[in-house]
Design a protein around this ligand. Structure first.
Ligand code: FPP
Length: 228
């Protein structure tokens, strides 16, 4: 969800104003994705590296989450959204942890769309925590394979993403879903996150529909029958 800061600057407003608008865009977007049949949506709200931002912006983002939960949780719950939070919760305040738990508990039985909010999350953090769990469980090294590690990742309950969208014009992954995006299709758009809307979703889904996914194999029409 990149571009909140620039969106605010274009309006001579503080960065926080962009993040606030970003939350509204997220609430709109979840429904638009659900209407198009998307069952899992994972958003990058705060990365393991975002602590490097000015203290004021970090605390602004933390309080924004609390406000967002108060303002939108009931609506998201009524819309059939299941909310899950992925990331390291140890470093966030008790208040924020309690808000996450409230959001997860209230929406646990919803299945229209699962919204995973990556918060204090990093793809590398996820791999490290999965390895630590393997060690804590005392699993022999030869049993630690891709399926095992996948099952210990923070997003083990969700399928790997088919489509990876980044707004705001940057063309990098920035430590998001490093393990899970191994075969995702990428869609980059210059649109700043607060302006992201239905037309952008449709453009992303149309681009996705044109992709030829081979998962490391070859095109089906190139398969040579055995014995020839
Ligand atoms: C990137 O834009 C955006 C973020 C680091 C924060 C995104 C967070 C939200 C939209 C709020 C999430 C809240 C909930 C409840 C899930 P940027 O600041 O890097 O923008 P810039 O590249 O234009 O500076």
């Amino acid at each position: 969800m990149d571009g909140n800061g620039r969106w605010a600057r274009q309006r001579y407003m503080p960065r926080f104003f962009g993040h606030k608008q970003g939350v509204d865009t997220l609430v709109r977007t979840v429904n638009a994705f659900a209407e198009r049949g998307v069952e899992f949506l994972t958003v990058y709200a705060f990365s393991s590296e975002n602590w490097k931002r000015p203290t004021e912006e970090v605390s602004g983002l933390m309080s924004l989450v609390l406000v967002a939960v108060t303002k939108y949780l009931q609506k998201l719950a009524n819309d059939g959204v299941r909310i899950r939070i992925v990331g390291d919760r140890d470093a966030v305040s008790d208040k924020l942890r309690a808000a996450w738990e409230q959001a997860e508990t209230l929406t646990a039985n919803n299945r229209r769309i699962t919204l995973s909010v990556a918060f204090n999350y990093g793809g590398r953090w996820d791999m490290v925590q999965a390895c630590r769990r393997a060690i804590a469980e005392g699993v022999p090294a030869e049993q630690v394979d891709e399926a095992y590690l996948s099952s210990r990742m923070a997003l083990a309950y969700a399928p790997d993403p088919d489509l990876f969208i980044r707004t705001g014009g940057e063309m990098r992954v920035s430590n998001f879903l490093l393990w899970q995006a191994a075969y995702s299709e990428f869609f980059f758009t210059d649109r700043l996150w607060p302006d992201f809307g239905e037309a952008d979703i449709d453009a992303a889904l149309a681009a996705f529909a044109q992709r030829d996914r081979r998962f490391g194999g070859i095109r089906p029409n190139e398969v040579v029958p055995e014995g020839t």
